[in-house]
Design a protein around this ligand. Structure first.
Ligand SMILES: [Zn+2]
Length: 85
């Protein structure tokens, strides 16, 4: 690899199993906000090929949290929603 060359999307080493590396994929994220449970499907993430642990990027984390807050604000007990890209 040449010095100064940086790949933008580099595979991460999984911090959970310390064995696998991550690949881009889609995951289902479940969040609790008080009495509300929010399930968000098809969230883009880096997924460990070994143990299945997932890592959300900054943007996905922000969007998922915003969707969870919106559902909790409505007082929904259980909401299943697709990821709003
Ligand atoms: Zn792993």
């Amino acid at each position: 690899m040449g010095a100064g060359i940086q790949r933008k999307e580099e595979a991460m080493k999984c911090v959970i199993c310390k064995n696998g590396t991550t690949n881009p994929g889609r995951v289902t994220v479940t969040l609790q906000r008080g009495r509300s449970t929010i399930i968000i499907r098809e969230v883009p993430a880096e997924v460990c090929e070994n143990c299945g642990e997932y890592y959300l990027g900054e943007e996905a984390t922000a969007r998922v949290l915003a969707q969870a807050e919106a559902a909790a604000a409505k007082g929904t007990e259980l909401e299943m929603t697709p990821y709003a890209a």
